[in-house]
Design a protein. Structure first.
Length: 135
């Protein structure tokens, strides 16, 4: 997959375990969304998906596994779709594995925030503090 997230700095040195589909093919660095219960993730594929984190490992389809390690806190360089200015919240976009500016601040939609841009987007990349609001 193109546009994999690149680690700049991990806040926590351990990843969180999530469930995923047995037939899922998820490259390391893929933006992930919550897709089902309990605690199941899939590759983000739409605007403002409910963000779960970034794949910390590759998950190969039909490899016998239904789990994946996920980073959900840290600083990452992500592919940017459109203009993003420093201090702006970002969310997943309709372009695979990219983020865009997200200006919806209603409490009901804060679970869609990937993080906050630490700099203006440049060259289709943006550095983002990934994590939940208040982290």
């Amino acid at each position: 997959m193109a546009n994999e997230a690149r680690i700049v700095e991990l806040t926590r040195k351990t990843a969180t375990a999530f469930t995923c589909a047995h037939d899922a093919n998820i490259p390391k660095g893929t933006l992930l969304k919550l897709s089902a219960s309990p605690r199941t993730v899939a590759a983000a594929d739409g605007v403002a998906d409910v963000f779960a984190g970034i794949a910390a490992m590759e998950k190969i389809a039909a490899d016998g596994s239904t789990s994946i390690s996920v980073w959900d806190d840290g600083i990452f360089e992500l592919a940017a779709s459109g203009a993003i200015t420093a201090g702006t919240n970002v969310c997943t976009s309709s372009v695979a594995n990219t983020v865009k500016a997200y200006t919806d601040t209603s409490l009901a939609n804060l679970n869609k925030v990937v993080g906050v841009a630490l700099a203006d987007a440049s060259g289709d990349k943006v550095v983002v503090k990934v994590g939940r609001i208040g982290n």
